[in-house]
Write a new protein. Sequence first.
Length: 424
Amino acid sequence: MILIKGALINNTIQDLLIDGNKIKRIGKNLIDKENLNEKDLKIIDGKNKMAIPGLVNTHTHIPMTLFRGVADDLPLMEWLNDYIWKMEAKLNEDIVYAGALLGCIEMIKSGTTTFNDMYFYLDGIIKAVKETGIRSFLAYGMIDLFDEEKREKELKTSEETIKQIKKLNDQRINPVLGPHAPYTCSKELLMETHNMAKEYDVPIHIHMNETLDEIKTIKEKTGMRPFEYLNSFGFFDDVKVISAHCVHLSEDELNIIKNKNIAVSHNPISNLKLASGIAPIPKLMENDILITLGTDGCGSNNNLNLFEEIKTASLIHKGISLNPTVVNANESFNFATKNGAHALGLNAGKLVEGALADIVLVDLDRPYLIPKENMHSHLVYSFNGNVDIVIIDGNIVLNDGKMVNIDEKKVYEMAEKAYSKLIE
């Protein structure tokens, strides 16, 4: 068992007891109240520390840490067609493993305990997740480009991946289906994805309405906007869907999102950098739509620091609405914690008894966290994501700012070598 002793927890200085992978008890003087033997405990001194729920990143492409700084300052389709997809053609499992390790380290060191990913060579990502100790939801990214032969291969790979992950029986590694987007996936692939999601009881993770160009493409092909098109053949029925971006939405599409209980992954920094636009988050919130936060990949962000997304999510909507009260600090923090956990079906994102022990400790002796009385404001508007201790599934994976399970320096060297292979 782990005892976090005397930390700021839910606005009160108290203790938190972890038993296995769950939060067993929160309260004061737990050693005495629970009649605990200190010899049986791993005690973490919580003095001058604040415990918060681990953050949940609902839209990533983790191995793209190796694409950081590649082809900046370009529109999405030029960025994809002329640079990213050409480099991705050189990927293999070893390169993906190196990039995924780097991404897992970056997320853990900035307080993220769970991520929802869509990419390729999933054996490499699974290996990185196992070694670092992070929690993951992993989808093989399907793109068939309307080719029947490729479609069959993509669906087969996805189904094999689901079976492989389920066979692992590891609570930290969960299968997801990942059709890339309506403009890169055929109707047949999307329909079969829906059927597979129901059969295996797994969520669907998909890009939707990221740019005006893709909406125009779908409308010219189908006569409908993307959400209308997918809804027309039941894609959203009786399955859990996490829809990334959702930047440009019509009223009808907003109603589809609401009525089908689709979770939205808001990626403000990626959308700003690619000049895709700004998602209408306050309007979605007015309709009680579940908003979560994602970083997207490092090619379009360029980091995986979810605290930056929390701050940006609050600021940009105030600025464009000319209303300083929209998306307040508490709301944007919830996007990245309990909302993200809820979207993925996790009992996490909150510090309560019985929840998963995915916990982050922040050292409060930092100049940007003073005065300490305003800590919840600081986490959103002041904090840079430099966390001290991270516990995932009841295991300490970061201690005093250093990774516990892996040699960071070796990972950085691996990542540099992997990048050199991508640009040969």
